[in-house]
Design a protein around this ligand. Structure first.
Ligand SMILES: Nc1ncnc2c1ncn2[C@@H]1O[C@H](COP(=O)(O)OP(=O)(O)OP(=O)(O)O)[C@@H](O)[C@H]1O
Ligand SMILES: [Zn+2]
Length: 466
């Protein structure tokens, strides 16, 4: 299996540090608003990477953080007259609603910056002790000139970086490329104690600290949007490698931009559609299919026309599967005839092609083309006279492969009946009574995987199918 590594700018053979385990970290949202579809592109793509790795038999430890303290959060909280914690919690909740809707699996851990202040302070202290950071007026800065590999991810030398960096007026910094690790408190801002006075962590440090805490000093894959390569990920490398003296992440994956009118879609520019808006108009799986129909590293220029095209594509696949489900109810069980055996061989070929596409740097666009080929072949060759085994075999393959893309397995599969759902809900209620939160969460997750959403209300648990 090959993947494109931003660090080497080549497609490399994928070989995790530990044969069967993949430790993967994805930079998550800064929670002061609903996520827009540009953010969603990142989360959908990396969820698909994770699903494929799991399909290949790896155990994936997947960590995605919430940046729950930062300038934008503070500003927005002040405008709305709520605390930063209240604001962040609200949008974390909204993030999960959107992510669940899009079939993005929950991470193994979703750490929050504000819950790791002690670890962050410890990390910064050691950087200062080792001579990589300096304190000025309660602010702590990382001294980039001390880290000789600075620029290796963005493939630029210090002079180029300096020329490209926005030169802010900050007389405290020894060098414009130095970045803040700890920010001294300004009046009215939330703050935590530290050896340098009250303040809060900078943005980059949280990812270095939380990734190491949950995944170890060297990650297999670190991933994010293209705007994060510099400075965010470059700075994460500098902090972590300076501290631990070993490689921070073996592979770096970055998606292409989601643009609108050929300009980056972004919260700050206001040129965005939220996931909420789009999924009111289209089925969430259409948005997911839309994202995966492009190669993840290519830019996408978003338009509603393209969404309409994705919608038709989605319906074609859905119809093929609905047709198979219908055939399942009318076809009779009997041995496969010669012609049908050849069809099975053809589908085994399709499966191989699908895997080859995914093995080649997660080429979901080609993988989806294979699904269309499958739909075509099924439509042409199957009828009410086909063997039920054949129909079942093809439907199962459809669902198995599309589940890797996070598609159809919730909408098409109905292998859980009401009785089973109620029994699991009962079991979860019991676990909650016994304060066994882990089991309760596991049951909720298991149901979600099957497309069942639980809602805890004062009147009890409500559930619905997605
Ligand atoms: N237009 C986009 N295309 C692709 N990825 C994006 C886009 N916008 C954001 N991302 C990615 O989404 C993730 C979360 O981003 P974040 O919450 O920092 O918000 P943001 O939308 O980039 O903020 P802003 O729009 O104000 O610059 C990051 O990995 C980021 O790189
Ligand atoms: Zn990050």
């Amino acid at each position: 299996m090959k993947l494109y590594n931003t660090l080497s700018r080549t497609k490399e053979e994928f070989q995790p540090l530990n044969d069967k385990v993949v430790n993967m970290y994805v930079c998550g949202p800064t929670v002061y608003n609903y996520i827009h579809i540009g953010n969603a592109r990142a989360f959908i793509v990396f969820d698909t990477v994770r699903r494929y790795l799991e399909y290949k038999g790896y155990k994936v430890n997947y960590v995605q953080n919430f940046t729950d303290i930062d300038d934008k959060i503070i500003k927005r909280a002040q405008e709305e007259n709520v605390t930063t914690k209240e604001l962040a919690e609200k949008y974390i909740h909204e993030y999960f609603k959107d992510a669940d809707n899009l079939g993005i699996k929950r991470a193994t851990v979703h750490p929050k910056a504000t819950e790791h202040i002690e670890d962050i302070v410890k990390f910064i202290k050691i950087l200062i002790d080792k001579g990589y950071a300096y304190v000025v007026n309660g602010n702590v800065y990382f001294e980039t000139a001390k880290f000789k590999d600075y620029g290796k991810l963005s493939h630029k030398n210090i002079e180029e970086l300096q020329a490209g960096a926005r030169i802010e007026i900050n007389e405290e910094k020894k060098n414009p490329l130095d970045f803040v690790l700890w920010k001294a408190q300004k009046p009215g801002e939330p703050a935590w104690d530290s050896p340098w006075g009250r303040g809060r962590p900078g943005w980059h440090i949280e990812c270095s600290v939380m990734s190491t805490k949950y995944l170890g000093k060297t990650l297999d894959i670190h991933a994010g949007g293209p705007d994060l390569i510099f400075p965010h990920h470059e700075n994460e490398i500098a902090q972590s490698e300076a501290l631990y003296g070993q490689q921070f992440s073996k592979y770096w994956m970055h998606i292409g931009y989601l643009n609108i009118n050929n300009e980056k879609m972004s919260k700050s520019k206001g040129n965005f559609f939220t996931v909420r808006e789009i999924t009111e108009k289209y089925h969430p799986e259409v948005l997911r299919l839309f994202m995966l129909m492009a190669h993840y590293r290519n830019p996408i220029n978003f338009s509603l026309d393209l969404m309409d095209q994705a919608n038709s594509a989605y319906e074609r696949l859905l119809n093929a599967m609905a047709n198979l489900k219908h055939l399942l109810t009318v076809c009779k069980e009997r041995e496969l005839n010669e012609e049908e055996k050849r069809i099975v061989e053809k589908f085994e070929e399709y499966k191989k092609e699908f895997e080859e596409a995914m093995d080649d740097d997660f080429n979901t666009a080609d993988a989806i083309s294979v699904l269309f080929e499958m739909a075509k072949t099924a439509n042409i060759n199957l009828s009410g006279n086909s063997s039920k085994e054949l129909v079942k075999y093809i439907l199962d393959m459809f669902l198995k492969l599309s589940e890797i893309l996070g598609l159809f397995y919730r909408t098409v599969k109905t292998d859980i009946d009401d009785e089973e759902i109620l029994a699991l809900i009962e079991k979860r209620q019991q676990a909650r009574k016994e304060k066994n939160w882990k089991l309760a969460d596991e049951i909720r997750d298991r149901l979600r995987e099957k497309g069942i959403i639980l809602e805890d209300t004062p009147e009890g648990v409500r559930w619905k199918r997605m």
